[in-house]
Design a protein around this ligand. Structure first.
Ligand code: MSP
Length: 686
């Protein structure tokens, strides 16, 4: 099997890691675990980028020398990765000797190719980006793209002949259509190169914190030339050992023998997709197989920053809700290539919905209850001739899920893999509802109960394998409850599920604690407060329903409506009639699952719905749709609802509505808005 190598960017050590860094690291960890459990020789690298002007300045601000400054911060990275269940095989620091020797070698090779020359640099530099910018990238002393300040730098410098590589890079891109993903990013890279490339300044003289340029110690190597080299220095690349021969790890995991994938945030594509390949071409070394650029994450819809108070270190969140729940949420909620938002409320909705109600419940219902009481906790024996259509449907779903999930994980689309896996969670839960094992137990229909129990337990075994890359601890816990050993991947052995029936009859199951225990309102409130997050509007309202109701009750009829309108659709200050993203996000719209629906006695228009929106109890919502829908047509249907609308009391019917159903209406009639997939109740509409 072809060895696999996955890397994260090496993070600047100018502060502690936050949830954005965690996002990349978890995605890389997931990919490493996936390939490892498929039996591939796998290596996962992360590390820290410790040189450069930014760090030198930060250290100075604190009155420390740069080495002491970075040394003090390193433990926070190790602790953060441990807290989120990431287990890199190696952690490279650019201040290590093993790194310096490879940077030296790379420099010398580029020099030998005639691609490095001494010149004079004059231009704009952004210390935050550690990058040079041209006049067209700058506006009012700031980088147009990100608003970072630039300063005019004038100094002698070594240049890399990047201009020489324009055609060679374009030809390489043409020949390697998957070199950069997603495709949109690749197109941007190609367009940038097509404009023609300028030579790049790769040394600095105005500060000292960096690696010395070989043979010119008054220059330090440009921090990106230094940093990018980590991907091969950590493998013991050229220059590592006497005589410059690369080590065994390099030979194994780097091209052409290994598949080497760099996972990065989208803001550093230029460095990874243009500079890095050009340096390698010049040095006569193979390029990585692929660069995958993921989107950026905001927190509760705002850019993360310490001053905005939404700087989120990952460890406290993992402690509050569990490492694996956090990993699941981050990998499930967004397409890796797109931008995303971290919201505490969505995290809780996924926790209670997908994980608690979906997966945890399945295990609990079966192992802690049915199998324990009916079969003494042992897996029953079932022969294939006893399987009916319902069982065959579960098996077919398991096979379909496993096939798609494997494809999507391999394709770096974890959210789609998880979607595919949740099809099995959904179908197995439905199977339990259809077969009613409790009733079978009560009626003493043991033969049928054996079939049902085995089907659910085996489905859980498949899930414990497919979900392991994302939730390794919880999957091993789940397996322990099934009486199975931890996954523990082994090189050369494919552990991905493929054959139904692997769970051996007679295996002793071991009921344990619920995997994802439900948090009641007080615990949820404590969760928000502990993390300094805004307490979700829905929860606030649930906690103080009386207050809101009285307020609405007292208001004269039309006025309550007006009040609602003002809070949800205020226009922006400039009076343009447009709303800001903050105003939009003040409206909490969620996906709901209709649990029950009935006509309101005395009204032709109103239906009373109980809607599961991921909260402990279903919401009561009165909707004026009785003329368009029979109540039974709505039960089991997924609909979009506004959940933070002030409660509205219909005094005539002595009923209060705690939300609003979203619907569209024209001459052809009224239609409630429904997704075309079985989306989890409680997920935010965005
Ligand atoms: N040191 C360079 C990378 C050198 S790689 C040879 C650097 N470091 S960084 O500390 O700024 O980290 C950048 C990476 O952290 C991003 O590329 C991304 O992977 C991750 N993220 C940092 N903030 C993020 C978000 N808000 N959202 C998602 N990922 C983010 O650039």
């Amino acid at each position: 099997m072809r060895p696999y190598y996955i890397t994260t960017p090496i993070y600047y050590v100018n502060g502690e890691p936050h949830i954005g860094h965690a996002y990349t690291t978890i995605a890389a960890d997931l990919l490493a675990r996936f390939h490892r459990m498929r039996g591939r020789p796998t290596r996962f690298l992360t590390g820290t980028d410790e040189h450069g002007q930014k760090i030198e300045r930060k250290a100075k601000e604190q009155g420390l020398d740069p080495q002491t400054f970075v040394d003090r911060l390193i433990p926070s990275f190790h602790e953060a990765w441990k807290a989120i269940g990431c287990e890199p095989d190696d952690f490279i620091r650019t201040t290590e000797k093993r790194h310096e020797v490879v940077v030296d070698e790379l420099w010398k090779r580029c020099l030998a190719s005639g691609d490095i020359y001494l010149g004079h640099y004059e231009g704009w530099y952004s210390v935050i980006d550690e990058a040079f910018f041209t006049e067209k990238d700058i506006e009012n002393g700031k980088v147009k793209e990100n608003g970072h300040p630039v300063e005019w730098v004038k100094e002698p410098g070594y240049f890399f002949r990047l201009s020489k590589y324009t055609d060679q890079l374009l030809a390489y891109f043409e020949a390697h259509p998957d070199f950069v993903r997603p495709e949109g990013k690749f197109n941007e890279v190609k367009a940038f190169v097509k404009q023609g490339l300028e030579d790049l300044n790769i040394s600095r003289t105005t500060f000292r914190w960096g690696l010395p340029v070989p043979g010119a110690p008054d220059h330090v190597v440009y921090v990106w030339f230094d940093a990018l080299t980590n991907y091969i220095s950590a493998l013991g690349g050229p220059g590592s050992v006497d005589g410059g021969a690369p080590g065994a790890l390099y030979a194994k995991h780097w091209e052409p023998h290994g598949e080497a994938v760099h996972l990065i945030g989208k803001e550093i594509t230029r460095f990874h997709c243009i500079y890095w390949p050009a340096f390698l071409m010049s040095a006569g070394l193979p390029l990585p197989t692929q660069v995958f650029a993921h989107g950026w994450m905001t927190v509760n819809n705002a850019k993360m920053s310490k001053s905005a108070g939404n700087f989120l270190p990952p460890a406290p969140i993992a402690e509050a809700i569990g490492t694996d729940a956090l990993r699941y949420y981050l990998m499930r909620d967004v397409a890796l290539g797109s931008d995303s938002d971290f919201s505490h409320a969505s995290l809780l909705a996924r926790y209670h919905g997908d994980l608690g109600n979906g997966l945890g419940n399945l295990l609990n219902r079966m192992v802690a209850s049915i199998v324990r009481t009916s079969f003494d906790g042992r897996v029953p024996h079932v022969t294939s001739d006893r399987l009916g259509d319902l069982e065959r449907n579960v098996i077919a779903t398991a096979e379909r899920s496993a096939e798609s999930a494997a494809k999507f994980f391999a394709d770096i689309a974890p959210h789609r893999a998880l979607e595919a896996i949740w099809e099995l969670v959904g179908v197995t839960n439905k199977y339990v509802d259809q077969t009613e094992p409790w009733a079978l137990a009560k009626k003493g229909e043991t033969a049928r109960l054996e079939v049902v129990s085995y089907t659910v337990l085996e489905s859980l075994r498949w899930l414990s394998l497919m979900l392991w890359p994302v939730m390794p601890s919880k999957c091993d816990e789940l397996r322990a409850q099934l009486g199975l050993p931890p996954v523990a991947p082994t090189e050369g052995l494919d552990r991905w599920p493929s054959a139904w029936g692997g769970l051996v009859a007679g295996t002793q199951t071991k009921p344990g604690a619920p995997l994802f225990p439900r948090m009641d309102d007080d615990q949820q409130r404590a969760f928000y407060l502990r993390l300094g997050a805004p307490v979700a509007a829905a929860l606030e309202k649930k906690v103080e329903p009386k207050k809101a109701e009285t307020k609405t009750d007292k208001a004269p009829k039309g006025e309550a409506k007006k009040e609602t309108k003002v809070t949800t659709s205020t226009t922006d200050a400039a009076g343009t009639g447009l709303i800001t993203i903050d105003q939009l996000s003040a409206v909490d719209m969620r996906l709901g699952l209709v649990k029950s629906a009935e006509r309101v006695a005395g009204s032709d228009k109103l239906l009373e719905l109980k809607v599961d929106i991921g909260e402990p109890e279903p919401r009561t919502i009165l909707a004026g749709i009785a003329e368009h829908y029979a109540p039974e047509a709505l039960v089991g249907r997924r609909i979009a609802v506004v959940t933070n609308l002030a409660p509205r009391t219909f005094a005539k019917f002595c009923k209060t509505s705690h939300g609003m159903v979203l619907a569209v209406k024209d001459a052809s009639g009224l239609s409630v808005l429904s997704p075309d997939k079985d989306i989890t109740p409680g997920v935010k509409v965005s």
